[in-house]
Ligand binder design. Structure first.
Ligand code: UDP
Ligand code: MG
Length: 169
């Protein structure tokens, strides 16, 4: 009996932990300039994911160089930093089951020429250097990016009222 209860508890707690996965999503300067902030946020909201942090800011080159440190050796890096620091952005944290992987699916392929129709990039942009949004590529990089862009206090833990209608349990 106790074993059964424990098994149920571990299953339940695992699914709760998985549903608390977080990803870092950012609307880039072109997304802001083109008035696509609401549309991009809506895709994540409608999917059922939970918004736990959001701000509007003009990022420094220094912050962007840290954010894209892995790409520092790429020929497009200087242009990428210039583009990303050319205006305000909307950094966000979204929470939910498999949100890192599914968030990338919602965004679509890096190069909009290859992004499927129905995805954010597939529907709303044309070139890789103006692809309107960023999304973390793994749970580990999401953690790093969230820590880089937000303080602990800026990320809010809360219960979404529709939770039982989005998740089975
Ligand atoms: N990028 C670019 N040219 C390229 C590849 C990437 O300008 O050939 C830019 C593009 O804005 C992309 C960002 O660099 O979103 C980061 O590249 P990454 O490969 O990490 O793609 P992402 O994770 O954003 O899909
Ligand atoms: Mg990336």
């Amino acid at each position: 009996m106790i074993c059964t209860l424990l098994a149920f508890y571990s299953l339940f707690s695992r699914s709760m932990a998985e549903a608390r996965e977080r990803t870092f999503i950012m609307i880039k300067p072109d997304g802001v300039q083109r008035g696509l902030v609401g549309k991009i946020i809506k895709r994540f909201e409608q999917k059922g994911f939970k918004l736990v942090a959001l701000k509007f800011m003009w990022p420094s080159e220094e912050l962007l160089k840290k954010h894209y440190a892995d790409l520092a050796g790429k020929p497009f890096f200087p242009g990428l930093v210039k583009y990303m620091s050319s205006g305000p952005v909307v950094p966000m944290v979204w929470e939910g089951l498999n949100v890192v992987k599914t968030g990338r699916v919602l965004l679509g392929a890096t190069n909009p020429a290859d992004s499927a129709p129905g995805t954010i990039r597939g529907d709303l942009c044309i070139q890789v250097g103006r692809n309107i949004c960023h999304g973390s590529d793994a749970v580990e990089s999401a953690k790093k990016e969230i820590d880089l862009w937000f303080t602990e206090k800026e990320v809010v833990s809360w219960q979404q009222a529709n939770n039982a209608w989005v998740y089975e349990d």
